[in-house]
Design a binder for this molecule. Structure first.
Ligand code: ARG
Length: 461
């Protein structure tokens, strides 16, 4: 029958159905390493508080060290009767250090402050790890932006041709949100760096234990201010989950464009064979599965965040067992991003853009009409009139099936007296691009500066 940590008050063990429901080792076992590190720190504060003598501390630390090795090698594993990672590891310690000494470790701590601490330790480590993988994607984007040089492409709004932009400018527009996602994890860490250890079940510890010492040993900036908050809050977990979901959403927007760009109709980009898939029936097919999985997994990452927030909604203070449901969503996010990001980085790094096609399409769809309007404004024409005149140019071209630069000097003069031959100077992609030279604009000089700043930012993070 299952054994538990609360024998004293109970006549018998838990029902099998309860044990099956309650069991969490199948997912919280990944915290075992952190749980043991917490126990080592806790053993030291017990010793400092006079609750363990020197010999007991030595026995305890030796037991924990052997347990650590056995966990690492897989020699020690949870069994069906272990409710959670803490229960299993207490059993493992008692098996190694004996019931006398092993049974002393639990003094002054609760699984409530333990789990709240471990999930923070785990997520702080993973935020660095996963953030590094996001930066690998960013670096692949930046390298593509560098390689694109001054190549233009059709910029779109509403998916319609809008204005020509540099391909590098567009690519960098995918790099910045991802850089901000990593920044979010860096900022988040300041809030995650408070240790709930020492909060006990909810009210704090009465045994003269020092939460600051445990916090320091586990790499935290300090302990939490409030033991109830320490055991009951999960906003730090939810904030991690938001950044993970946001990262997924940012990747999915890039993914969707890659999927479109790789179609015959767009023909903007070719995927490398190693980062695309074939069809079991259609021999000609080359599918953008990585991008599609990125788009699909964004839904899952958002679902993890949604599930977690829904678990927290309306939950009274302090600890409730509902909080055990905080871990699987973020574990799933970590696992999802850990497989997705390397594949995504490889796909981006190996994209081949058809820059001739992009250049040919850049001025189509009358995307230089805004340049006519802005040229007129520089000539002193009110923008309201300029907009009308440029619109009239588009209408004439559409009727005649020609492009803006095909309009003769007579055509232009017929549309408006303001349209002197000088307007033709802005009816080129190069002229249009160069004119967008304010900070943040698509002019090649600005984009070159932007690329340097994006690289610096990536290197700093
Ligand atoms: N396994 C629990 C969790 O993940 C921690 C144990 C707290 N259980 C309790 N009955 N107080 O949240």
């Amino acid at each position: 029958a299952p054994v538990s940590l609360w024998g004293g008050r109970f006549a018998g063990g838990p029902a099998r159905a309860l044990a099956a429901l309650s069991q969490s080792t199948h997912f919280d076992w990944r915290l075992a390493r952190h749980d043991i590190a917490g126990s080592v720190a806790h053993a030291r504060v017990l010793h400092r508080a006079g609750l363990l003598d020197d010999a007991e501390l030595a026995t305890m630390l030796d037991g924990l060290s052997r347990l650590h090795d056995d966990v690492a090698s897989g020699a020690f594993l949870p069994v069906l009767a272990d409710e959670d990672v803490h229960t299993a590891l207490e059993r493992g310690l008692i098996e190694r250090a004996g019931p006398e000494v092993g049974g002393k470790l639990r003094a002054g701590r609760s699984r409530n402050d333990q789990i709240a601490t471990l999930v923070r330790v785990y997520l702080r480590e993973e935020a660095r790890q996963v953030g590094g993988l996001v930066l690998d994607v960013v670096d692949a984007v930046l390298e593509q932006a560098r390689a694109a040089g001054d190549a233009p492409m059709p910029g779109r709004t509403h998916l319609q041709h809008a204005q020509p932009v540099l391909l590098a400018h567009h690519l960098l527009a995918h790099a910045w949100p991802l850089l901000r996602d990593v920044e979010r994890w860096v900022d988040w860490d300041a809030r995650a760096a408070r240790s709930p250890y020492g909060s006990g079940a909810l009210a704090g510890s009465s045994l003269g234990l020092d939460p600051a010492a445990v916090a320091a040993e586990l790499g935290f900036d300090g302990p939490v201010e409030n033991s109830i908050d320490g055991t009951a809050s999960r906003d730090v977990v939810a904030e991690f989950a938001f950044v993970a979901a946001m990262t997924g959403v940012d990747l999915s927007r890039f993914a969707e464009e890659i999927i479109l760009w790789a179609t015959k109709e767009f023909g903007f980009v070719r995927l490398d064979d190693a980062y695309s898939t074939g069809s079991s029936i259609m021999p000609q097919k080359k599918n953008p599965d990585i991008a599609e999985l990125a788009r699909g997994k964004a839904g899952r990452l958002v679902g993890d965040l949604t599930g977690l927030l829904t678990t927290l909604k309306g939950l009274p203070l302090a600890y409730n067992r509902d909080l055990q449901e905080d871990k699987e969503p973020v574990f799933d996010q970590v696992d999802t991003l850990s497989v997705l990001l390397p594949a995504f980085a490889g796909m981006v790094a190996t994209l081949t853009f058809d820059t001739d096609r992009l250049a040919e399409l850049a001025p189509q769809g009358f995307s230089l009409a805004t340049d006519i309007a802005e040229w007129l404004v520089r000539e002193g024409v009110p923008f309201r009139v300029a907009h009308e005149v440029a619109g009239a140019c588009v209408r004439v071209c559409e009727q005649r099936g020609i492009e803006l630069w095909d309009l003769s000097e007579d055509d232009l003069a017929g549309i408006s007296e303001h349209l002197t031959p000088g307007v033709r100077s802005v009816l080129t992609v190069e002229g249009s691009l160069a004119s967008r030279s304010a900070t943040g604009g698509t002019a090649p000089v600005r984009v070159a500066e932007q690329l340097v700043r994006a690289r610096d930012r990536s290197a700093e993070l």
